[in-house]
Design a protein around this ligand. Structure first.
Ligand code: ADP
Ligand code: MG
Length: 321
């Protein structure tokens, strides 16, 4: 099988033909239409074997996650996914691997009717790059820079499960049998909060997805917005699995410093806080008010006793140290 057989066999068969995809894979480039009142939102992410995932990770979850992390960026901008491209660097052609990878990728794509419109396939150390495009009504994208003093800070879902799963996978902390599958699912199959992001279009003042840890990613909002914040650590939403392993896992310190959660962190003017409560009734993932934006710069962590706490850990940085 050569490069072109591989593309035809595994990636030309999605069975989706969106109206806005004028030319899909098979030509030198794709052609995408954008309705006149809409804007295109584009993002890209790379997953490298050994850095972002273990070499022996189930390819089904890799396919799913490679798309999920890009969709999570679209969610943070409040965009609706439309199309994506796939850059695959493979050490060799392994049919079983490609089949499962493709199935995981197309499973998430199908959920949002997002069409694979092209890519590149080369030989080399295993790495997966996905670029995703979405649409949004003109001017409605949620940015990191819109947070204002007194806005409420929220997060969707639970924080820290993926980080705990990673500790478990690395053998640093053995999660009990009943917790391990739940935690690993959160690491391997992150659910991008697309519908939640879209619902926040006219509600949130700023938004980011949590890929490097709540501490680091909320920090990006604060920096881009030129504000500070107060976060109550006892309000940080933790799953039952995380709570059962709380002390061994390193408590809320671990939860706020570990990445890969792909939840949304967003701010909302106080006057719109009631809308968040209404919206969240329809959100299976839930939403939690963890703190508030303040004038004075910096992030202040407040514990149960109302004392200020210094975080011991930082978010992930590929070039740190
Ligand atoms: P070119 O050499 O013109 O860049 P390629 O030979 O790399 O084109 O790719 C041929 C076609 O197959 C292109 O339309 C490209 O978008 C598509 N393609 C290549 N690899 C992938 C992939 N992994 N997934 C989807 N489409 C792909
Ligand atoms: Mg090429």
């Amino acid at each position: 099988m050569n490069e072109f057989d591989l593309i035809r066999t595994y990636f030309a068969s999605q069975g989706l033909a969106r109206d806005d995809v004028v030319v899909s894979l098979g030509d030198d480039a794709a052609v995408i239409a954008v309705p006149p009142d809409m804007q295109q939102v584009v993002t890209t992410d790379v997953l490298v074997a050994g850095t972002h995932f273990f070499e022996d990770t189930d390819p089904h979850s890799l396919g799913f996650k490679a798309l999920a992390v890009s969709f999570s960026d679209l969610a943070a901008m409040a965009a609706t996914p439309a199309w994506f491209t796939l850059n695959l660097t493979l050490p060799e052609i392994e049919h079983g691997w490609l089949e499962r990878f493709r199935d995981g990728l197309f499973q998430l794509a199908a959920e949002y009717q997002a069409q694979l419109v092209g890519g590149d396939t080369v030989r080399g150390p295993l790495a997966i790059g996905v670029q995703a495009g979405g649409v949004i009504p003109k001017g409605k994208a949620l940015l990191r820079s819109g947070a204002c003093p007194h806005d409420c800070i929220y997060v969707t879902g639970n924080i820290g499960d993926a980080g705990l799963a990673l500790l478990h996978k690395r053998g640093v902390l053995a999660a009990p049998e009943r917790d391990a599958p739940v935690l690993l699912a959160r690491l391997d199959y992150p659910m991008p909060r697309i519908r939640e992001g879209m619902a926040l279009r006219d509600v949130a003042s700023s938004c980011i997805d949590i890929s490097d840890g709540l501490l680091a990613d909320l920090g990006h909002i604060l920096q881009a917005s030129g504000v500070g914040a107060r976060v109550h650590v006892d309000r940080i939403p933790l799953s039952q699995a995380f709570r059962r392993n709380f002390d061994r896992a390193g408590g809320w310190e671990t939860a706020i410093a570990s990445g890969d959660d792909y939840e949304l962190c967003f701010t909302v003017p106080v006057g719109k806080a009631a809308i968040v409560q209404q919206l969240s009734a329809a959100w299976a993932c839930g939403v939690t008010h963890i703190g508030d934006i303040e004038d004075s710069l910096g992030l202040r962590l407040i514990d149960e006793q109302g004392r200020a706490r210094e975080p011991k850990l930082q978010g992930y940085d590929h070039f740190a140290g």
